[in-house]
Design a protein around this ligand. Structure first.
Ligand code: ASP
Length: 584
């Protein structure tokens, strides 16, 4: 080894030891006859000292020539520092260097490689390997590593078998576009990259594997956001001979295990809520339960008092922001502008202040008396000091708008504390979702999800009302995982494809293998997949999953470091029998 210790290891106990360290020069402070160098590796920073008089002249000169990010090996004696730095664990000692070897010089890095950096996003992504030298970035990947190890530990202890499934496959519908790969030996044919290993894990159940898991890359060609990457990682799982309850318990167990082992947190009980309630009370299928602010519907109370906007609205619904009656006129105007932005799309915002003297002041005083407003306050459970915010319109849009407003108010009032974790199972999702664009039903989860038995007759009469044995794990308003009990017989699966608008031939062509497998003894089964990157981001307290991915892509799906995607050579295209002709 080039080193006897790491740069994070030496303490007062090591004084007078001869040691060798190797690492990167983080900083050089040259005070003429006295040079300090901060030497960094993954474990920490240790100070090196070179002093005129006691340090050899050549050595002093060599030290003076060190630049940022040079890779060096330094040998010398551990001594006690005269002025100690209690901010770093090695702050009581320094190394009086007797030998210095430059293992590799470095160009001046394009940004400062410290916790606080001057590098913007784009620059840091282009030089991601340098960005990864920064503690704050590396620590996120270390968290990811811990999560991965603990996941494997838990799953193994629960008798799950980790099986790898192929990456060059045929389309698995998870609601996104496929990435495709041309086949050289089968000209004109393409593989699809898995949006998830869904069909394979179900086939493994037919094979009798009984409990499968895999920490696996999935690929979805979707528009990107902070919590989406074209390739991302799932903890993918499937179980046989289980009920929904068994799956929820097993994966509540995994979540609990991760919180305990990785964060030292004893997770509170995971609440349950139906999809219908989530939509009714939070306007959202992934409610953030770190704060209350439930929706209160006001139709009964507010209609028929001459206020046309409410009278003509399908739904009048509001939230009560505790203690926000102090909001100034300006703040309230800003809030109104905020809900009217095209991204939110509300027509306006009605507010009622419950003043500390018990009086109520609203923007609709013309139509509603104090008694009326008192009745609203009662419906909201409001107290003096609270602010009631009310939106109206068609039910679907208004719920969505109010959900956004609720999250904003939660944020503004400091109720979305990143160190508090509120897990929730959302259950009883609808099986199908109407898609305006294509004018047909889509599987809300995926086409292999089983309808609730009692709802099957509704498939013919009211498909939108059929509930599925499907569930999501939500933490702090983020969908962390989702799964379902599956269909395991050919007839139901065929029926499902029919309702999704597949012709018999299409269904056969795309999923014939699965339906055939169901004819060879398929056990009842179900499973779930966790978005691993998101789970890491929640644990680490960030919004962006990118921080938890070693080499992420930017918002246009580009890896700016390796410059991909890129065109390929003529010969490669030739081999693939492909000619590229871009449409205008
Ligand atoms: N394959 C599903 C997904 O990726 C998860 C599951 O149903 O197990 O969302």
């Amino acid at each position: 080894m080039l080193r006897t210790h790491t740069c994070g290891e030496l303490r007062l106990e090591n004084i007078n030891q001869e040691v060798s360290l190797a690492g990167w020069v983080q900083r050089v402070r040259n005070k003429g006859g006295l040079i300090w160098v901060d030497l960094r590796d993954r474990y920490g920073v240790t100070q090196l000292i070179f002093e005129e008089g006691s340090t050899d002249k050549n050595l002093l000169e060599k030290a003076a020539q060190l630049g940022r990010e040079f890779v060096v090996k330094a040998s010398g004696l551990v001594i006690e520092r005269t002025s100690k730095n209690d901010k770093i664990p090695t702050g009581s000692i320094e190394i009086k260097v007797s030998d210095l070897e430059v293992l590799n010089p470095a160009k001046v890095p394009p940004f400062i490689i410290e916790d606080e950096t001057d590098g913007g996003d784009d620059l840091r992504m282009k030089y991601r390997y340098l960005d990864l030298r920064r503690n704050v970035v590396r620590e996120k990947l270390q968290l990811r590593h811990r999560m991965m190890q603990e996941t494997r530990k838990y799953m193994d202890a629960q008798n799950f078998i980790e099986v790898e499934t192929p990456v060059l496959i045929k389309s698995t519908p998870e609601g996104a576009r496929d990435f495709v790969v041309p086949s050289r030996v089968n000209p004109g044919e393409f593989y699809a990259l898995p949006q998830s290993p869904q069909t394979f894990k179900q086939l493994l159940m037919v094979s009798g594997f009984d409990r499968y898991f895999q920490i696996v890359k999935c690929f979805r060609d979707e528009d990107l956001r902070a919590d989406r990457q074209p390739e991302f990682t799932q903890i993918d799982c499937e179980m046989s001979f289980v009920s929904q309850e068994d799956i929820l318990n097993t994966f509540e167990g995994l979540t609990r295990h991760l919180f305990r082992e990785v964060m030292g947190i004893e997770l509170e009980e995971v609440k349950r809520m139906t999809f219908a309630d989530a939509m009714k009370y939070y306007g959202n299928d992934k409610p953030d339960l770190r704060f209350d602010m439930k929706f209160v519907e006001l139709n009964e109370l507010v209609k028929g008092k001459g206020f046309g906007i409410f009278d003509s609205a399908e739904l009048i619904v509001g939230i009560c922001a505790k203690g926000a009656a102090e909001y100034t006129r300006k703040q309230l105007d800003e809030l109104t502008d905020w809900v009217k932005r095209p991204q939110i799309g509300a027509k306006g915002l009605v507010h009622v202040k419950y003043n500390s003297d018990g009086s109520l002041k609203s923007t609709v005083d013309k139509f509603y008396s104090q008694d009326d407003l008192n009745a609203w306050a009662e419906a909201f459970g409001a107290e003096p000091g609270d602010l009631m915010l009310v939106l109206s319109g068609d039910a679907k849009s208004v719920r969505k708008q109010l959900s956004e407003l609720r999250l904003k108010m939660g944020e503004d009032l400091g109720l979305r504390d990143r160190t508090v974790f509120k897990p929730l199972w959302v259950v009883d999702f609808p099986l199908l979702e109407w898609d305006e664009e294509t004018s047909r039903f889509h599987a809300m989860h995926h086409p292999f999800t089983s309808p609730k038995k009692e709802d099957i007759p509704l498939l013919e009469t009211n498909p939108g009302a059929v509930r599925a044995n499907a569930y999501d794990l939500v933490i702090n308003g983020v969908e962390i995982g989702g799964g379902s009990i599956r269909i395991h017989d050919k007839t139901t699966q065929q029926l499902m494809f029919k309702h999704l608008g597949f012709s018999e031939e299409e269904a056969q062509k795309q999923f014939g293998f699965l339906m055939e497998a169901f004819e060879y003894g398929a056990p009842p089964h179900g499973g779930i997949a966790f978005g691993f990157d998101r789970l890491c981001a929640i644990f680490g307290g960030s919004d962006s999953i990118r921080d938890y991915i070693a080499f992420p892509k930017n918002n246009s799906g580009r890896d700016v470091m390796i410059d991909s995607p890129s065109t390929i050579a003529e010969e490669q295209l030739e081999e693939l029998s492909i000619r590229v002709q871009l449409k205008k």
